[in-house]
Design a protein around this ligand. Structure first.
Ligand code: ADP
Ligand code: CDP
Length: 209
């Protein structure tokens, strides 16, 4: 399941995994965990060489339970801090560093290889697991995505969210290594006019085909 921020990847992936009794992996949380660690260490995230040099150090462990996704860095539970604005603002720069991607993609492939899983991210169908049985590309209008995100977060307006998301979308779609794009063979679902339940049902219909 790939797509831009706020298209519904996390909620839809978790719902589909629950419905089908599968595991679930949030690869964005792994990039956020790497970014959180870099910030904690005082690494300048704008300095790609500095990020690359330290990218092998943190031990990142991701859970796969759709009812309680867990993420740990060096044994610490970072589920809450990786959602903070400072991490969100820095994650696209860290995720653009090829050494970071090589390391996290290898970890993701290990988890996926154990079988039976719904995986969400930006490059799952294109790079991480192109042989996936089903590939979905979720989209939604920029306005709808910003409204959804601002409803989740306190202290932000839909306008501010839309600007921040547009910046991240541009960085994620134009980076040199594994940019966000629709995979060959993916089914595109525009979730703008749909409820969460309708999107989950639409994905389950694609799976059943
Ligand atoms: P992503 O993982 O793509 O960033 P999320 O799954 O986190 O997106 O969704 C962002 C927010 O939008 C969540 O609060 C979620 O409940 C809500 N949401 C997701 N899909 C829909 C939808 N089709 N209609 C309305 N709200 C949605
Ligand atoms: O939840 P949201 O869609 O806002 O973001 P996320 O899925 O948590 O991903 C955070 C960031 O990680 C993205 O903006 C990308 O820069 C990066 N990412 C990536 O490069 N590749 C992935 N497979 C997943 C996320």
């Amino acid at each position: 399941m790939d797509g831009p921020s706020g298209s519904g990847k996390s909620s839809v992936s978790r719902g589909v995994a629950r419905a089908l009794g599968l595991r679930y992996l949030d690869t964005g949380a792994m990039y956020r965990a790497m970014t959180w660690w870099m910030l904690q260490q005082g690494v300048d995230v704008a300095d790609a060489a500095a990020v690359a040099a330290r990218s092998g150090e943190p031990v990142i462990v991701s859970g796969t339970d759709p009812d309680g996704p867990a993420i740990r860095v060096d044994g610490a539970d970072v589920a809450a801090p990786i959602r903070e604005a400072q991490v969100t603002g820095a994650v696209s720069a860290v995720a653009a560093v090829p050494e970071v991607r090589v390391r996290l993609v290898a970890l993701q492939r290990e988890i996926i290889g154990a079988g039976g899983i719904v995986v969400e991210g930006r490059d799952i169908g294109t790079v991480v697991w192109p042989q996936a049985a089903v590939k979905i590309y979720l989209t939604a209008s920029a306005e709808a995505r910003a409204l959804r995100r601002s409803a989740e977060l306190s202290g932000t307006t839909a306008e501010a969210q839309q600007a921040a998301m547009a910046r991240r979308d541009t960085l994620d779609s134009t980076r040199k290594t594994d940019p966000l794009s629709m995979a060959d063979g993916a089914v595109e679902l525009d979730t703008t006019p749909l409820t969460l339940e309708e999107v989950i049902d639409a994905v389950l219909s694609v799976v059943a085909e």
